[in-house]
Ligand binder design. Structure first.
Ligand code: ASP
Length: 472
């Protein structure tokens, strides 16, 4: 294997600063255009869609090739023990920390106390024939969430349009934590590899890749050709991502302009933002604390890296996450930035980031806890019999953690898994449409937080990997 250690130097490193500036500029310009010419802006959707598809296109092969190449680089799957445990420990503890921040913020600000739900158009939600029908507004944020989620799905009709929600037991009946947990464990396994690839179910692909590459390392000479091929596929895919990133400012511009343009063109966005301003402030404040204080604190504590420099190095990934609202679509960029710009080792990015993009969602967890408690505060004002104390808050915290682990890395997946959290404490799902109007907006911030959590994880777990020897 050559060029293992100097991988970061090939390609975009030199122009990183300028490139990032272009991306920031693209987002600022996108806001302005969306605001001034909303109808024109909304018509840029196709450009954004193309960029999104190109990114999403590489996710499945990249995840498989990179996880395999990571294991092959280690030379022995058993060497994954310590870093594996560290990664899972990191994912869990930061998700819990995020939930705690969310719970504290929503209890301090109490955005739901005295909140008057908008009078006009009372949104109706009902569960009929196993389908959840929301008569509210929900954007067509994710064309088909089934693509990246292995659960059973129920068809849902919102304003006459079909949508799909996961058929968690919780959608229909009261879930118990055991059932949710069982669902999560089963998500790791697939009975059909091709099916998982087609549906972009990353978890079973990761499990397969670890086992497969682990076996390859035991095959000696017989596995050599395949090993070389896999490592080279991985490098080629990363070069593809680098090429794609040259168009990122344009892609991002189209994505952001068209989505904000759509919102401004509909004419209600600012009003909705004002109505929900305390709730929005709670979620954004919580995300801000987690993003700028908690995660940087952990990074500094464990690696002594300068966290704000690290944010700069990861900024392309963070801006892409903000623009796409999808951790899965952002994953290729996160990997490229972590390895080429932040200098995180290959093994660590190849293993920690794909898994993290799927199960480590700090922003989503924080949001689910805060949103559920916001709804509980409103409901408690309407229904004095509703008991909402410490126990319920703990149940919300636990289910929000599980719901975030189970959420797919696609736009507004967190809103869908919110159903589990609401059901767990007996909150009416009829209140979900209250937070719908601003969800696409908050989604961007939580996705950026998700991507940042993964990046910090890769840098921290990096330290627990065995020093590379003459492996592979
Ligand atoms: N959009 C988020 C992601 O892809 C998930 C969510 O919170 O809805 O990471």
């Amino acid at each position: 294997m050559t060029a293992q250690t100097t991988n970061g130097q090939n390609g975009s490193t030199g122009g990183a600063g300028h490139h990032t500036l272009y991306m920031v500029g693209a987002i600022v310009l996108a806001f302005l255009v969306a605001w001034l010419f909303p109808h024109f802006a909304a018509s840029l959707e196709m450009g954004g869609e193309i960029f999104l598809r190109l990114l999403t296109m590489v996710v499945v092969p990249l995840v498989m090739a990179s996880v395999m190449s990571g294991i092959l680089g280690l030379g022995d799957v058993r060497k994954l023990g310590r870093p594996g445990a560290a990664a899972v420990g990191y994912y869990l503890s930061t998700t819990i920390l995020a939930v705690v921040v969310g719970v504290i913020m929503v209890n301090l600000i109490r955005p739901g106390v005295g909140f008057e739900p908008p009078q006009h158009e009372q949104a109706a939600v009902e569960v009929a024939d196993g389908a959840l029908v929301l008569d509210g507004e929900m954007r067509d944020s994710s064309a088909n969430p089934r693509q990246s989620d292995p659960r059973d799905w129920v068809e849902v009709t919102i304003d006459g349009e079909p949508y799909f929600l996961p058929a968690y037991e919780g959608v229909k009946t009261e879930p118990d934590i055991g059932t949710i947990f069982q669902g999560l464990v089963l998500m790791l396994f697939s009975d059909n590899l091709l099916h998982s690839m087609v549906d972009m179910q990353l978890l079973p692909l990761i499990v397969f890749s670890i086992i497969f590459a682990g076996m390859l390392t035991t095959m000696g000479e017989r596995g050599k050709t395949l090993t070389t091929l896999l490592v080279s596929i991985n490098e080629a895919l990363l070069s593809f991502v680098m090429l794609l990133m040259r168009f990122a400012p344009l892609g991002i511009f189209c994505l952001v302009t068209s989505r904000f343009g759509e919102a401004f063109a509909a004419g209600e966005f600012v009003t909705q933002l004002k109505q929900l301003s305390w709730y929005v402030a709670t979620v954004l404040g919580g995300l801000g604390i987690h993003f700028f204080l908690v995660l940087p604190g952990l990074l500094w504590f464990f690696t002594k890296r300068n966290p704000y420099q690290f944010i700069r190095q990861m900024s392309d990934a963070l801006l892409t996450a903000f623009s796409t609202a999808s951790s899965s679509a952002t994953l290729p960029v996160t990997m490229e930035c972590a390895e080429a710009k932040a200098g995180v080792s290959k093994q660590s990015t190849e293993f920690v980031l794909p898994l993290g993009a799927t199960i480590n969602m700090d922003g989503t967890a924080l949001y689910e806890a805060a949103a559920a408690i916001f709804i509980a505060q409103i409901y408690a004002g309407v229904n004095p019999d509703f008991e909402f104390g410490l126990v319920q808050q703990v149940v919300i915290a636990v289910t929000a953690t599980l719901a975030a682990i189970g959420a797919a890395g696609i736009p507004e997946a967190g809103l869908v898994t919110m159903l589990i959290v609401l059901n767990a404490v007996g909150l009416p799902i009829e209140y979900l449409p209250l937070i719908l109007p601003v969800d696409w907006f908050l989604d961007r911030f939580r996705t950026a937080t998700n991507a940042f959590g993964d990046s910090v994880g890769s840098a921290i777990v990096d330290r627990t990997f065995p020093v590379p020897t003459a492996a592979a």
